[in-house]
Design a protein around this ligand. Structure first.
Ligand SMILES: [Ca+2]
Ligand SMILES: [Ca+2]
Length: 127
């Protein structure tokens, strides 16, 4: 019985270490790390950024671009998908309504042009 519990604990520790190793990127720390979607307020990846590891169904929840007081909703102008494998879709409305654009792995858009200042949610997808 004792031996069995030890084996389960060892497995749990290994899982925790593996998870930490693959999820080193931290959302909303102002750094566009590998595995993140990075939204910039201005063209050419300037004007402050917001970086996300996960989906976000609602940009109207108080997020501001890092280092600024500008709210995210309807303000993204340039975008970086810094994930090596996933695609990410931006939506014009909250709750992933009205898809605008899908950006492939390790791809970027320096100016969203006619889609400027519209994004209100995003979701990661398989490519
Ligand atoms: Ca980050
Ligand atoms: Ca919008």
């Amino acid at each position: 019985m004792v031996r069995r519990i030890t084996a389960v604990l060892a497995g749990a520790v290994l899982l925790a270490l593996t998870t930490a190793g693959t999820a080193s990127a931290a959302s909303k720390n102002g750094k566009c790390e590998s595995g993140e979607l990075c939204l910039y307020r201005l063209a050419g990846y300037t004007g402050g950024l917001l970086d996300f590891v996960a989906d976000d169904a609602n940009y109207t929840n108080g997020d501001v671009f890092h280092g600024t007081t500008y709210a995210l909703d309807n303000r993204a102008t340039s975008v970086v998908n810094n994930d090596p494998a996933r695609c990410v879709t931006l939506y014009q409305d909250i709750n992933h309504a009205k898809p605008m654009i899908t950006i492939g792995p390790r791809s970027a858009v320096s100016h969203l042009r006619q889609l400027d200042n519209l994004a209100s949610s995003h979701k990661w997808t398989a490519c």
